[in-house]
Each structure stands twice: as structure tokens, then as C-alpha cells.
Write a protein that binds this ligand. Structure first.
Ligand code: FNR
Length: 340
């Protein structure tokens, strides 16, 4: 059942047509007509989870455990290796049984990127401590992502209906697992209140995964004819607002900005708003399914080149400087941010 569902998620990702809004369009960054630097000296390297990576970009969690997954994860891992960027695998719940075949589609990621690469494990935030340790060990992960997905579970006919005790479980995992724990949404955003609770529970890495990109209410709805959920497709905290909310709670936490990130402008704005890293899932999956490794490579090469151009046009020498950019908010984002 889980395998069929995971396959349908990928197929339905491609069929989905709803266009959400990250509200990153309401972020205005100022042009610098006097950038006192040379394009060649722009440095995009950052340290993430104790390793140096070439760009502040993560190939975010998507797949594993189904027939297509080995090929997808192998190609994504080749991309991660080429660009020296981190990659998270999809939920490993499917591989926690003793099925070696299933595990292979996750293990291929570490095998492809090698020991120097950053690989991140992934499980639901309700997972047991034992399973978290197994998931980390399976791919020799540098960290584990625990995903929060109540909206997705609620619209899934066979989904969970009881979300009690999740925060306590996260707290217990953070206390007892040796590797860093990243708590992430899957496309509906993390609010200021939720960020506060996570930080109080000891969480230091939050991935906002806000609304405006992949929409699991629609993806799930495309699996059934029995219920029309289209009036709920706009649910969620837009990515731009979620970054601002979480960053307001603490300057100290490590913030990953994801959800609807597609272009060089999205990346630069997400970092200026307060992201330390930027996660991309759906856009990379699209390029992969439409043209494989070469297509993703071309997309990233172009996007990262343009990101560097924008850094020059803002007079920013490195990612630290870019993160400290001032910005102005307009429209709906301004209205919402004033009410946080
Ligand atoms: C996902 N995502 C996801 N997240 C997670 O934590 N575990 C998972 O197993 C999956 N599986 C998954 C499958 C597919 C096909 C997609 C497209 C996405 C969610 C993903 O990591 C990310 O949070 C959201 O997709 C929002 O980012 P984008 O897609 O808008 O860039």
C-alpha cells in the first residue's frame, strides 16, 4: 500500500496544476549600482552539518523504497556530488523492515556521494528512537529530518488521525540521538508558535517548507474521486511568511528555507529573509523526470550562475553577507508580516 502511494505521489506531482504563492514576489531587494567587488571573488561556499558545501542549496526529501526510487535517488545523488550540495532522502519508514532491496534505493545516495557528501535521513516525527537510529545508520547520515505532515495525513484516506505526543517524541529524539535533528514541514509552513515550541523542545534546525510549491492536499486529492478538496488547496503559511516568523523567534536557530523555491530570485530572497540554506524538491524532480541528470545539472548550473549575478548586483561577496541584506516587503506579505 505504502509503495503504491509513494509511486502515485510522484505521478500526481506531475499532474498537479494548482499554482500556490510563496509570497517571495512581495520581497524587494535593492540594486547596488556600485558593487565594489569582482564576479570571480564571489564565494558561495557554506558550512553545513560540519562539512563544506559549494552552495547553500539542499536537494530536499523526496523518495525511496519504490521501483522508480533507485534510479531517481541515484541521479539526484549524482547531481548532489557534481555540485557538492547536501541531499535528503525521502521517508525511510518503508525500508525499516528487513527488505534489503528496498534499502538499496536509499543506500545508493551515500554510495554515490561518498563520505565527503552531506546526506540526510528522513522519517515521520512520530517515529521511535530505535527507528531514527536505524534510518541514520542505513545511509550513514549526517543528520535526520523529522517531518511534520498533519495536513497531508488528514486528507489521506488511510492517513493518521491522532497527533498527540508528537512534540514530546521530538524532544526525546533530540535528547537521545547523536546526530543533528532537523524538523521540517512538507509544504504547509512552520508558524512562529510552532517554532517556539520546537526550540523549547531542544530543536536547533528547522526547515519551514512553506506553501507555494508542492501541494500535498492536491497531490493526495488526485488519488481519489470520492471527495473534492480543491477549496483547501490554498491552505498553508506561504514560504516567505514562514521564514520571517521563524527567524523572528530566534537568530540562533539554523533555518532551512523551502517550499516553492524555483528560481535564482527565490533563492536570494529566501536567504535575505533569514534562511541559512534553501531546500528545493519539486522543481528538481520535474527537471529530473523530464530529462534526467543532464537536465537537472543544466537547471542548477544556470540558476546558480544567475544567483551569483544577483549577489554581485547586491554587492555581496559571500553567503554570510547575502544573509545580512536589508529588504523591503510589499503587498500581502507586508500586511501579514506586520501582524506577526
Ligand atoms: C516530498 N516531500 C517529502 N518530505 C519529507 O519530509 N519526506 C518525504 O518522504 C517526502 N516525499 C515527497 C515526495 C515528493 C514527490 C515531493 C515532491 C515532495 C516534501 C518535500 O521535501 C518538500 O518539503 C516539499 O515538496 C516542498 O518543497 P517544494 O517541492 O515546493 O520545493
Amino acid at each position: 500500500m505504502r509503495k503504491i502511494r509513494k509511486r502515485e505521489h510522484i505521478e500526481n506531482y506531475l499532474r498537479a496544476t494548482y499554482k500556490g504563492d510563496t509570497l517571495l514576489g512581495d520581497v524587494f531587494l535593492e540594486h547596488n549600482a556600485l558593487p565594489d567587488l569582482s564576479f570571480d571573488e564571489i564565494d558561495t561556499k557554506v558550512t553545513f552539518l560540519g562539512k563544506t558545501v559549494n552552495y547553500p542549496i539542499i536537494i530536499n526529501a523526496m523518495t525511496g523504497g519504490i521501483d522508480l526510487s533507485w534510479e531517481i535517488n541515484h541521479e539526484l545523488a549524482q547531481v548532489a556530488k557534481t555540485f557538492n550540495i547536501p541531499m535528503a532522502v525521502g521517508s525511510q519508514t518503508i525500508a525499516l523492515c528487513e527488505d534489503e532491496e528496498c534499502k538499496k534505493s536509499f543506500k545508493v545516495v551515500r554510495e554515490t556521494v561518498g563520505q565527503d557528501g552531506v546526506v540526510i535521513a528522513n522519517l515521520n516525527a512520530q517515529a521511535s528512537l530505535e527507528d531514527v537510529n536505524k534510518a541514520i545508520e542505513m545511509i550513514d547520515a549526517d543528520a535526520i529530518q523529522l517531518h511534520l505532515n498533519p495536513a497531508h495525513e488528514m486528507v489521506m484516506l488511510e492517513g493518521d488521525r491522532d497527533f498527540r505526543g508528537v512534540l514530546k517524541n521530538i524532544e526525546n529524539i533530540v535528547k537521545n540521538v547523536e546526530k543533528p535533528v532537523i524538523v521540517k514541514e512538507i509544504g504547509f509552513g512552520i508558524s512562529k508558535e510552532v517554532a517556539k515550541k520546537l526550540i523549547d523542545a531542544g530543536v536547533r534546525y528547522i526547515d519551514v517548507s512553506g506553501a507555494g510549491g508542492t501541494n500535498f492536499i492536491e497531490i493526495e486529492n488526485l488519488r481519489y474521486n470520492s471527495i473534492d478538496l480543491s477549496d483547501m488547496y490554498s491552505w498553508g503559511i506561504p514560504t516567505a511568511l514562514s521564514i520571517i516568523e521563524c527567524r523572528q523567534v530566534s537568530r540562533e536557530i539554523y533555518l532551512i528555507a523551502s517550499g516553492g523555491i524555483r528560481t535564482c530570485m527565490d533563492i536570494v530572497k529566501a536567504l535575505a529573509l533569514g534562511g541559512d540554506m534553501v531546500g528545493i524538491s519539486g522543481e528538481i524532480l520535474s527537471y529530473l523526470l523530464h530529462g534526467g541528470y543532464e537536465n537537472v545539472k543544466e537547471y542548477l548550473e544556470t540558476t546558480l550562475y544567475k544567483m551569483k549575478i544577483l549577489m554581485l548586483l547586491m554587492g555581496k561577496r559571500n553567503i554570510e553577507e547575502l544573509k545580512n541584506s536589508s529588504y523591503k516587503l510589499t503587498g500581502k506579505l507586508k500586511e501579514l508580516a506586520e501582524q506577526i
